[in-house]
Design a protein around this ligand. Structure first.
Ligand SMILES: Cc1cc2nc3c(=O)[nH]c(=O)nc-3n(C[C@H](O)[C@H](O)[C@H](O)COP(=O)(O)O)c2cc1C
Length: 232
């Protein structure tokens, strides 16, 4: 699978480009690897925690690192909703300038995959995640602007079995309404998504959770690259 990603998956699209976060041709040549001929794909991690830089963002960083390592042509970016103005959805009111900015980032054609991260709040997603996903009605109305992008979901809870899977599934249900292509954490863990345990605002000791985060990031990048490779 990984070989597919580095060789076949990326070949075909036109125009080699070297951008931040993408291995350079020289570095690849030094490792004896073939330089990618396709343009880069981008995977965005979207943190729906109201606490910037805390465990949800940390877990997403782990997933994005694995996504980047999955192929020489993967670019990543972490977007945090914390401190942005993402209002509760009101059908009679416009969204917000902050929502528009994040929406523009996510709907960029270069973005082939999105990893949504949420803290577990009473066995579900955070209210910030729900507000954001409801605002995404705008993308659905805009000719399903997220359609065909790969999506993976990650949840961090304060206890080992605090409802991470329920939270993940509620986010996935909303993403399905956007015609996104859902994947779980890849093998060998291979379940719903990444499930992490915050132990004192620290996820570094949660080896199982970190493994699911890495497997999710890699899986999103692998599937995204395959789709880009086969469709253009
Ligand atoms: C309102 C609220 C409800 C929570 N409910 C749960 C829960 O049901 N299960 C759980 O495991 N953790 C629960 N937690 C703990 C958070 O999920 C956990 O601390 C998480 O790591 C916070 O993410 P952050 O560090 O990105 O803010 C809750 C926290 C808050 C503030």
């Amino acid at each position: 699978m990984r070989e597919d990603l580095t060789r076949r998956g990326f070949l075909g699209a036109a125009g080699a480009a070297v951008v931040a976060g993408v291995a350079s041709e020289a570095a690849l040549a030094a490792e004896g690897k073939e330089a990618p001929k396709g343009g880069p794909i981008k995977i965005v991690g979207l943190s729906c925690s109201p606490r910037p830089g805390k465990t949800t963002a940390a877990a997403l960083s782990v997933a994005l690192e694995a996504a980047k390592a999955a192929g020489p042509n993967v670019e990543t970016e972490l977007v945090e909703l914390a401190s942005l103005n993402i209002p509760v959805f009101d059908p009679a009111a416009p969204g917000s300038a902050d929502f528009e900015k994040v929406a523009a980032k996510l709907t960029d054609p270069k973005v082939a995959g999105i990893i949504v991260g949420t803290p577990v709040y009473f066995s579900g997603m955070s209210s910030l995640a729900k507000a954001f996903l409801d605002q995404c009605m705008a993308m659905r109305k805009n000719n399903f602007a997220l359609s065909g992008k790969v999506a993976g979901v990650l949840a961090v809870g304060g206890v080992r079995n605090g409802g991470q899977e329920l939270a993940i599934q509620s986010v996935q249900a909303a993403l399905l309404c956007q015609e996104m292509i859902l994947v779980g954490d890849g093998k060998p863990t291979a379940h719903t998504g990444a499930t992490l345990w915050n132990q004192g605002d620290d996820i570094s000791k949660d080896e199982l959770g970190l493994a699911t985060a890495r497997n999710l990031g890699r899986r999103v990048a692998e599937v995204a690259a395959r789709l880009v490779g086969t469709t253009g």
